[in-house]
Structures are given as structure tokens and as C-alpha cells.
Ligand binder design. Structure first.
Ligand SMILES: Nc1ncnc2c1ncn2[C@@H]1O[C@H](COP(=O)(O)OP(=O)(O)OP(=O)(O)O)[C@@H](O)[C@H]1O
Ligand SMILES: [Mg+2]
Length: 226
């Protein structure tokens, strides 16, 4: 499998308050296969979100190197990193952060505006709502939709600017098993039909079979990869 992102021995430390440092990521070497679904699992506090923020170019590692395609993320200026993030990366979070005053259509279109997309906004917005199965809900407000539907709008919004990769941090945590599975199925379809790379963290052991690649973290280290 060709990889989209590769890391070499990345660490992340945070100041602990008493002048010491706590090392949260302890030298991770991994690769994220292109066009596939990768799952990051592990207990609360094992470092999943910290790793995801680093892979998603939101936060730099304390040491180690990261490549995004051919480019070395850890060698870029902050400005170049921000540009890469806006153009090539999309995020989906645990609590759906749709803008409450905007309907589904407007929430997705707004993301295209922000990304400065050159696509036809109307066409691309409707296309993304269709991909997540919500064409009929374009004019619904967030509070008129179920949690699963809102999360699907958030996915439509994350893919609108055609990123190479989507990072989804516990996107199913607030959904029931059935609805969570629906969201993961949409991710699988995005991989196979649109060629998007997806990285998702989860606690849900029922979802593990669905990942093309699974990394298990414990205490900031990879203890299992398959
Ligand atoms: N900004 C920060 N400053 C200090 N410590 C931090 C910071 N961010 C994370 N940590 C610590 O790093 C460890 C890993 O946190 P992280 O959020 O990555 O875990 P997680 O695996 O995502 O957990 P969860 O499943 O609960 O979301 C925790 O012990 C946390 O307290
Ligand atoms: Mg987390």
C-alpha cells in the first residue's frame, strides 16, 4: 500500500506544571496508507488526539520527522504548513460543530468559501450532500436533524474542498452503534469511491474489523499494528 503520510520517531512532550516535561508520544514510526481507512485505537489518555493533531498539521511534534506525500511537514514554515492544512486536509470532530444559524446547504457551502475553492459552490455542495445521503435535507437546520444526520453534514463539509485526507476524532462517540456504523460506512465509501484517505480514532471495539489499517496506542507508544 502506498502511503500518504509517514512519520519517523515522533515525540510530543508537554510541560507538566512543576517545571518537568511529560512525554505523551514516545517515538512513533508509522505510515498512513493512501486511499484507505486507518483506525487509531487505545484507552483514554493513550495519545490518539495528540497524534492526530500532529498528523493533521495542527500541532508540530517535539522531535521526529513527518512526510506528507513527497513533502516534509516538519521542514516547512508555519505558513506553508497552514496552507497545506487548509487545502489538503479536512477535519471531523466528536461533537458536531455545525453553525446553528445555517442550514445543511449553507454549512457545507461556507466551508467552500473559507477554503477559497474554485469549484462551482452550488454544484459541489449538492454533490457532497448527495455523497452522505442528505440531498433531501439541504434546507434543514442543524436542530431539525438527528445526531447522525448532523455528523453526515459535518462529513460533507469536511470533504467539500476535496482534501487528500480526513482526520476524524471519535466521530461516532456520540452516536448509537447503528448510526455510528452508518458514519463509518460513509468513510469506507469515500475511500473506495473518491480515493480519500481517512484517519479515525475510536474507542468502539466493534468497529475494528472495518479499518484497512489499525494502530493501537498504549501510553504514547504503538503496541499493535495490523
Ligand atoms: N496541551 C496539553 N498539555 C498537557 N498535557 C496534555 C496536553 N494535551 C494532551 N495532554 C496529555 O496527553 C495525554 C494524551 O492525551 P490525548 O488527548 O492525546 O489522549 P486520547 O488518547 O485522545 O484520549 P481520549 O480517548 O480521552 O480522547 C493525556 O495524558 C493528556 O493529559
Ligand atoms: Mg482524544
Amino acid at each position: 500500500m502506498a502511503s500518504l503520510i509517514r512519520t519517523e520517531n515522533i515525540t510530543r512532550s508537554f510541560p507538566s506544571g512543576d517545571g518537568q516535561e511529560i512525554q505523551v508520544l514516545k517515538g512513533l514510526t508509522l505510515d498512513i496508507p493512501a486511499g484507505k481507512l486507518t483506525l487509531l485505537k487505545g484507552r483514554s489518555g493513550s495519545g490518539k488526539t495528540t497524534l492526530m493533531n500532529i498528523l493533521g498539521a495542527l500541532d508540530p511534534p517535539t522531535s521526529g520527522r513527518i512526510w506528507f506525500g513527497e513533502e516534509e511537514l516538519t521542514a516547512m514554515s508555519e505558513e506553508a504548513r497552514g496552507k497545506l492544512r487548509r487545502r489538503r486536509i479536512g477535519f471531523v470532530f466528536q461533537s458536531v460543530a455545525l453553525i446553528p444559524m445555517m442550514n445543511a446547504y449553507e454549512n457545507v457551502e461556507f466551508a467552500l468559501r473559507l477554503a477559497g475553492s474554485r469549484e462551482n459552490w452550488r454544484e459541489r455542495t449538492m454533490e457532497c450532500l448527495k455523497i452522505v445521503g442528505l440531498s433531501q435535507r439541504a434546507d434543514h437546520m442543524p436542530q431539525e436533524m438527528s445526531g447522525g444526520e448532523q455528523q453526515r453534514v459535518a462529513i460533507a463539509r469536511a470533504i467539500a474542498h476535496k482534501p487528500d485526507v480526513i482526520f476524524a476524532d471519535e466521530p461516532t462517540a456520540e452516536l448509537d452503534t447503528h448510526t455510528g456504523l452508518q458514519v463509518v460506512r460513509i468513510f469506507k465509501e469515500l475511500c473506495s469511491n473518491e480515493g480519500i484517505t481517512i484517519v479515525m480514532t475510536t474507542h468502539d471495539t466493534g468497529l475494528m474489523d472495518i479499518g484497512d489499517r489499525v494502530y493501537e496506542l498504549e501510553d504514547g507508544a504503538i503496541i499493535h499494528a495490523e
